[in-house]
Write a protein that binds this ligand. Structure first.
Ligand code: ATP
Ligand code: MG
Length: 391
């Protein structure tokens, strides 16, 4: 009897020479972390693939697939079966069995694709394709062959074991989470920064979030929203640390002491500095923001220049070149949009200038900042009083 398994494909990491071993181990741990709570499983290596087998009963595709899909570094997951042996008779019978089970008497076109990674099996792939195809046509009158654009691609993979599958569920790609060092993400309750955080996590960067909270100007609801966004990100990363940094005093200080049209620039610079303090403390190597060139007054090239100048670390801006609609589409796809779209304002109008400067001059910004004698102290205090929430 064939056994139900999940065949998991990984991509980019296959090319990464010596790191390969470490990366695959990371993938296996991520898979284990997500599925171990659901039952008793093996995760087996087969060159270029990982195979999930149920040690107890029959594997439940619907239970496991949603837990595999969010793992970064995987390219696809295929529900399929592992055959009891490698004989051609078994391949023939199990292919038929699989097609009957999956498609019953639906009128569909199909194509057989055999890959032979195991040279112990001598029949050429083309012959397997033809013979299995003919047999299926004989046994299932509802099928027809279409070699160019089939509804169903029946895959026969002859490896250490032999696998049959016909559904490919694409996953997000990227690199195994945590394989690229750490970054601190400035995470607001908006649409953009959760997407930016997710994108860098997808590239293997271990991420932490920093949210600047200014009660009572920003409500508890706004904070809840950020926590929920952080939880959603943790669905992909497995864990997520969020710093909630109290920023009211600092923000009021800026309000009283800088030109109103430049308030946002000063505030963003203060956020960058606080983010960098946390990053240094936690051995992170970069900041991450949801800025997108030209999206708002502070995100003109001049604005980004003036904000960026305060940082020593690289600032990763994965959304820099994306349109709002592209960002929204991605937010919907990864499940942050609904949370971000909740109607709680994240910034009180007192802090928003009617006509913010769009071309701030760095020399002017720095000059006025030199007069802010309390700024360093307020920054230190904010960071020291941050609340840490581990998700
Ligand atoms: P978002 O949708 O991410 O809030 P935005 O389009 O509202 O972005 P800005 O308000 O200009 O843009 O903020 C630019 C970036 O600064 C944000 O993407 C985020 O990384 C960071 N940021 C802004 N406000 C906060 C906050 N309260 N806490 C943490 N980071 C923030
Ligand atoms: Mg915002």
């Amino acid at each position: 009897m064939a056994e139900k398994v999940l065949i998991i494909k990984y991509g980019e990491i296959a090319m990464r020479g010596n790191n390969r071993y470490i990366f695959i181990n990371r993938l296996i741990s991520a898979i284990r972390r997500n599925i171990d709570p659901m039952g008793n499983y093996y995760v087996v290596r087969d060159p270029g693939r990982l195979i999930v087998e149920d040690r107890g009963g029959e594997l439940d595709y619907d239970l496991l697939i949603p837990r595999i899909v969010p793992i970064f570094g995987l390219v696809a997951v295929c529900p399929g079966v592992r055959l009891a042996d490698m004989t051609f008779e078994t391949i023939l019978e199990e292919s038929l069995q699989h097609m009957k089970e999956q498609y019953g008497d639906q009128q569909i076109s199909f194509k057989v694709r055999t890959r032979r990674a195991n040279q112990g099996f001598t029949m050429p792939s083309m012959d397997v394709n033809m013979k299995v195809g003919e047999y299926l046509l004989e046994q299932m009158p509802n099928l027809r062959v279409d070699v160019h654009n089939p509804d169903v691609m029946l895959n026969i993979e002859i490896r250490n074991s032999t696998y049959v599958h016909s559904k490919v569920i694409k996953t997000y790609g990227g690199l195994p989470y945590g394989s690229s060092g750490k970054g601190v993400s400035l995470l607001s309750g908006g649409i953009d920064s959760p997407v930016a955080t997710w994108m860098m996590a997808k590239r293997g960067v271990e991420v932490e979030g920093v949210y600047f909270h200014s009660p009572p100007y920003t409500s508890e609801w706004a904070k809840e929203k950020v926590i929920d966004l952080a939880k959603r990100i943790a669905d992909f990363t497995g864990e997520f640390r969020l710093y909630v940094v109290p920023f009211t005093e600092l923000q009021l200080y800026l309000l009283d002491n800088v030109a109103h049209d430049k308030l946002t620039i000063h505030l963003k610079r203060a956020m960058m500095r606080a983010g960098e303090m946390i990053a240094k403390k936690d051995d992170a190597m970069a900041l991450i923001t949801g800025e997108s060139v030209g999206q708002v007054a502070s995100q003109t090239m001049q604005g980004i220049f003036a904000i960026n100048a305060v940082c020593e670390m690289p600032v990763l801006r994965p959304l820099a070149g994306m349109d709002k609609q592209e960002i929204v589409n991605l937010a919907q796809k990864i499940g942050t949009f609904e949370i971000s779209a909740r109607p709680y304002e994240d910034c009180c109008t007192v802090f928003v200038a009617k006509h913010p400067v769009t071309k701030p001059r760095l020399s002017f910004i720095e000059k006025s900042e030199r007069r802010l004698t309390e700024l360093d102290r307020l920054l230190e205090e904010s960071v020291q009083n941050a609340e840490i929430i581990d998700l």
